[in-house]
Write a protein that binds this ligand. Structure first.
Ligand SMILES: O=C(O)C(=O)C[C@]1(C(=O)O)C=C[C@@H](O)C=C1
Length: 386
């Protein structure tokens, strides 16, 4: 089980309100899973949720982070990256059914405005264009607030939101499930000032800042693929410092303290300008290491890792062969071998081997064999005049 540390044992959870939002549904789903009682506190905005967690007024906050159709909730990502040093300690994925709600008996053709959260409006874009072409879409802070405003106004307006919001504000569901895609899901994250103590079925969220340089992001991603660490998400947001510079939000399977993840993070810190671990927490979707402690790999796990490393060595040797072949085009009869270049390469590789924990003498032996092989390939090419 994932234990979430709470301040003074008061279990308060802030969510993006008002009453009747999907965020409230996600909060209920989370609290039902827990053994203890939670007090749910609605907040007016996503920033308010962050603030109440940060100030310690609540133990946890819950905010939307991405939708299966519309992508990321940029405000949540930006607040995590730029404004608040908070941890992600859990996630909840909720199927989202958007409903057209208004006063009972309202004719669709009479509706002049449709109010909702921008994400909800976007999720129902095709429906609105097809069925309510004359109605003006109006963006509101939350789906429930939209329902509240429809209820308060004397106008023939409708909102898009939950059946709960309709009930809470005395409205009716005029048309259920108007989302353009039926498999519409939203992922919510739990925010805390503390790390979670989760050791099974874990995933880890990272924030990585790399400079706009060739290969920088690829090296970061390479450190994960080299170790067989699966990425479940990668998303970029501008750093707000300079055009072309981005933060990368990367979710990986595994625990931040698991040896291969730790090792990848250490390597990434040498390439990236900044790396922040946003949190390790229990994945809402079963991960490969299901119910097995990530700290005790089996013989099979280790052999799988070796197989993957071997595949990558062969892949790189294939690439080296193709590159050396191109270098062969610059060679002339009688001057294929370049002993000076070979000793420079070897000197550099021996140092690198030492840093990476490999025997430099073995590197010398292996590279002598490789150089002989590559020289003979180039020699054949030069001799054949191709
Ligand atoms: O750099 C070159 O000139 C190459 O041809 C490549 C290469 C190598 O395999 O790295 C191969 C033969 C030379 O003796 C030196 C280096």
């Amino acid at each position: 089980m994932c234990e979430i540390k709470t301040a003074n044992n008061i279990n308060k959870i802030a969510y993006l309100g008002p009453i009747g939002t999907f965020c409230e549904e996600a909060a209920c789903k989370f609290t039902m899973r827990e053994q203890v009682d939670w007090q749910l506190l609605p907040c007016g905005t996503i920033v308010d949720v962050f603030n109440s967690v940060y100030r310690g007024e609540v133990d946890l906050g819950i905010v939307p982070i991405e939708n299966s159709c519309e992508g990321s909730v940029n405000q949540t990502l930006d607040l995590l990256a730029n404004e608040f040093d908070l941890k992600i300690t859990g996630e909840i994925i909720l199927p989202v059914q958007q409903n057209l709600i208004s006063r009972q008996g309202v004719e669709l053709t009479a509706i002049t405005r449709v109010l909702s959260h921008p994400q909800a409006l976007a999720q129902c874009r095709e429906y609105l264009e097809g069925h309510l072409p004359g109605a003006e879409p109006v963006e509101i802070a939350s789906t429930a607030e939209a329902a509240r405003q429809v209820a308060l106004s004397g106008e023939v307006w409708a909102a898009i939101g939950t059946a709960g919001a309709a009930a809470a504000y005395g409205l009716a569901v005029l048309v259920p499930a108007i989302n353009d895609y039926s498999n519409n899901e939203t992922r919510f994250v739990l925010l805390s000032r503390f790390d979670s103590d989760c050791f099974w079925d874990c995933k880890t969220s990272l924030l990585v800042y790399v400079l706009n340089q060739p290969g920088a992001l690829s090296r970061v991603l390479g450190e994960f693929s080299l170790r067989g660490i699966n990425l479940t998400k990668i998303e970029s947001r501008p750093t707000r410092k300079k055009i072309g510079e981005y933060f990368f939000f990367i979710d990986i399977e595994g625990h931040r303290l698991e040896p291969k993840v730790k090792e990848a993070l250490e390597e990434i810190r040498t390439v990236a300008q900044a790396v922040r671990v946003l949190g390790t927490y229990r994945s809402a979707v079963k991960v490969e290491t299901a119910k097995r402690s990530v700290f005790e790999p089996t013989l099979d796990d280790l052999r799988q890792e070796i197989d993957m490393i071997d595949d990558q060595i062969i892949e790189l040797l294939g690439r080296r062969t193709r590159t050396v072949d191109k270098v062969g085009n610059f060679k002339k009869v009688g001057s294929v071998r370049d002993p000076e270049r070979e000793s420079r390469v070897l000197e550099k590789l021996r140092k690198l081997a030492e840093i990476k924990g490999f025997d430099p003498d073995v590197i010398s032996k292996v590279y002598r064999i490789l150089f002989d092989h590559f020289v003979s390939l180039q020699q054949k090419k030069v001799d054949s005049g191709q």
